[in-house]
Design a protein around this ligand. Structure first.
Ligand code: ATP
Ligand code: MG
Length: 467
C-alpha cells in the first residue's frame, strides 16, 4: 500500500469513527432530552386532567367532557373508585397487559407519598408511561384517575431528527472520503517528486531544481535537496578543476625534471670523452652539480607545497625581532647582488617582534629577494620593515623588469612564470611564489604585489606583532 493510500485510509477510518460517535451521541442526547421534557409535560397534563375531573360534578355532562379532555391531550384515560375498581375507561381495560397499569396497593401507597398526589410509572421495559393521580373533589365515587401514553409517541420526533442526522452523517462520510483523498494526495504528492530528485542526485544525473513551494516539511526538504544538489554541482566542478590542476602539476613536474636530466646526461657524456681537458671536466661536473641541486630544490619545494596541502599548520613558531633577523640575513645576498651591480638597501623602521616560524619566513624572504635579484638588471633592491597598528609590514622592492598586469593574478600559481624560457635560464622552476603564498597562508596572512613593467615590483606581506 503506498503512502497516499495509507494516509487516505487512516483519515477516513478516523473521521468515520468520529462522525458515527458524534451522531450516536447526538441522537441519544436528543432522545433523552425529549423524553425528559415529555415526562414533565405528562405530569403537568395529569394535573390538568385532574383539575378538570375535580371541577366537575354529577350535574355536569361528565363522561363526554372527560372523554373530550383526554382526547384533546391524546391520552388514554381511566377513572377508579376508592377501592381501585375502574369506573370509566376510554379504551377497554383488556388492552392493558401489565398489572402495573392497574391501581394496586403499592401504587396507592406511592401516590400518598408524593407531594402533588401524582405517581408516574416509567419502566424502561414497559412500552407506555403511566400516571396515577388522586382525585379529592368533584364527581363522587371517583378517587383516582390514570392517564397513559405509548412511549413511541415521544420518540417519533427523535426518529425524524434521527433521519436528518443519518443523512448528515452519510453526507459527512462522503465528504470526508473526498477530502481525505484530495488531502492525502496533497500530502503524499511531493514524496515521489522528492524521491525522483534524490535518485537523480545519487545517480549523478541532470538535476532539475525542485519547485515545491510549500510552507511545511516537504517545502523545507525540497529546499535542502536543491541546496544539496547545488553543493554537489559545485563540488563536482571543483573536483574537475582540481583534477585538471593536478594533471597539469604532474605534467609540469615531468617537464621540469626532464630538462636538468637532459643537461646532466649531456654533461656526463662529455665527461666520458677521451682527451677532455681537466678544466672542461670540472666545468661539466659543475653543470651536473648545479642541475642535481636544481632537481633537489624542485622536489623540496614540491614536498613543502604537499605538506601545506595536507596540513595548513605545519609551523614551528618562535618569537623574534624581524628587523634584526632581516639585517643578518640580508648580508648573504650582497655578493650575488654585487655581481650584478645591484645595491641592496634596508629600511628597518620598526623593531617589533612576531610569533612566527623563523625558518619559513627566511624561506619567504629568500624567495622574494632571490627573485628581486634575478629579475633586476640594474638599480637597487630595498627590504623594508614598517609598523602599522598591531601589524608589521615587510616588503621587498626592486627596480627590475616588472610584471605585466595580465600575469599578476597567476603569479602565485604553481609553475607559473611570466616568461618560461627566461626564468628557466635563470634556474627557476616557478614554484617559489607558490611556496611563499603557502607559508604565509599558514601564518594567516598573504603575499601581495604591485608592479609596473620596466619600473620594478614590490612584494609585501604583514605579520601580527607580539604586543
Ligand atoms: P623559482 O622561484 O621556483 O626558482 P621562479 O623565480 O621562476 O622559480 P617564482 O618565484 O614563483 O618562480 O616566480 C614566478 C614568476 O614571477 C617568475 O618566473 C617571474 O616571471 C615572475 N617574478 C617573480 N618575482 C619577480 C620580480 N621581482 N620581478 C619580475 N618578475 C618576477
Ligand atoms: Mg623565484
Amino acid at each position: 500500500m503506498n503512502i497516499q493510500a495509507k494516509l487516505s485510509v487512516t483519515y477516513i477510518v478516523l473521521l468515520v469513527i468520529g462522525i458515527i460517535t458524534i451522531s450516536a451521541y447526538a441522537i441519544l442526547s436528543i432522545r433523552f432530552y425529549l423524553f425528559a421534557e415529555g415526562l414533565e409535560q405528562f405530569k403537568d397534563d395529569a394535573k390538568i386532567v385532574r383539575q378538570a375531573v375535580e371541577s366537575s360534578d354529577e350535574n355536569t355532562d361528565f363522561f363526554p367532557f372527560i372523554t373530550q379532555t383526554s382526547a384533546l391531550f391524546d391520552y388514554d384515560l381511566a377513572l377508579f373508585d376508592s377501592t381501585g375498581i375502574p369506573i370509566y375507561n376510554t379504551v377497554p381495560e383488556q388492552q392493558f397487559i401489565d398489572s402495573r397499569e392497574f391501581l394496586s396497593e403499592p401504587v396507592v401507597d406511592s401516590i400518598g407519598r408524593t407531594g402533588d398526589r401524582i405517581y408516574v410509572i416509567n419502566d424502561p421495559e414497559y412500552e407506555r408511561i403511566v400516571a396515577f393521580a388522586e382525585v379529592r373533589d368533584g364527581y363522587p365515587s371517583i378517587h383516582y384517575l390514570r392517564i397513559s401514553k405509548d412511549k413511541k409517541e415521544y420518540y417519533e420526533a427523535v426518529d425524524n431528527i434521527r433521519h436528518i442526522i443519518y443523512a448528515g452523517m452519510l453526507f459527512s462520510i462522503a465528504a470526508v472520503m473526498v477530502v481525505s483523498f484530495v488531502f492525502s494526495r496533497y500530502m503524499a504528492g511531493p514524496i515521489k517528486q522528492l524521491n525522483d530528485a534524490a535518485l537523480n542526485i545519487a545517480g549523478g544525473k541532470h538535476y532539475e531544481t525542485l519547485e515545491i513551494d510549500r510552507n511545511d516539511e516537504f517545502g523545507t526538504l525540497a529546499h535542502s535537496l536543491n541546496k544539496m544538489a547545488e553543493k554537489f554541482k559545485q563540488d563536482n566542478r571543483q573536483l574537475q578543476i582540481l583534477n585538471k590542476k593536478q594533471n597539469q602539476f604532474f605534467a609540469d613536474i615531468a617537464h621540469e625534471v626532464r630538462n636538468p636530466l637532459h643537461t646532466i646526461s649531456g654533461a656526463v657524456e662529455m665527461i666520458q670523452m677521451e682527451g677532455l681537458s681537466e678544466d672542461k671536466k670540472q666545468q661539466y661536473l659543475h653543470t651536473v652539480q648545479k642541475q642535481v641541486e636544481r632537481v633537489v630544490r624542485l622536489f623540496n619545494d614540491i614536498k613543502m607545497l604537499q605538506r601545506y596541502d595536507l596540513d595548513e599548520h605545519f609551523l614551528t613558531k618562535s618569537e623574534f625581532v624581524v628587523s634584526e633577523f632581516i639585517s643578518q640575513l640580508i648580508e648573504s645576498y650582497r655578493p650575488i647582488a654585487e655581481e650584478k651591480n645591484i645595491k641592496i638597501e634596508t629600511e628597518l623602521l620598526d623593531n617589533g617582534s612576531v610569533h612566527a616560524d623563523k625558518d619559513k619566513i627566511d624561506q619567504v624572504l629568500d624567495n622574494l629577494i632571490t627573485n628581486a635579484i634575478k629579475y633586476t638588471n640594474e638599480g637597487s633592491i630595498t627590504v623594508r620593515v614598517t609598523g602599522e597598528g598591531s601589524k608589521l609590514w615587510i616588503s621587498v622592492m626592486d627596480t627590475g623588469i616588472g610584471i605585466a598586469d595580465e600575469h599578476l593574478e597567476h603569479l602565485f600559481d604553481r609553475f607559473y612564470r611570466t616568461d618560461k624560457a627566461r626564468s628557466r635560464d635563470k634556474g627557476g622552476t616557478g614554484l617559489g611564489l607558490a611556496v611563499v603564498r603557502s607559508i604565509l597562508k599558514a601564518h594567516n596572512t598573504d603575499i601581495l604585489v604591485s608592479s609596473l613593467p620596466a619600473k620594478g615590483s614590490t612584494f609585501y606581506f604583514s605579520l601580527d606583532k607580539v604586543s
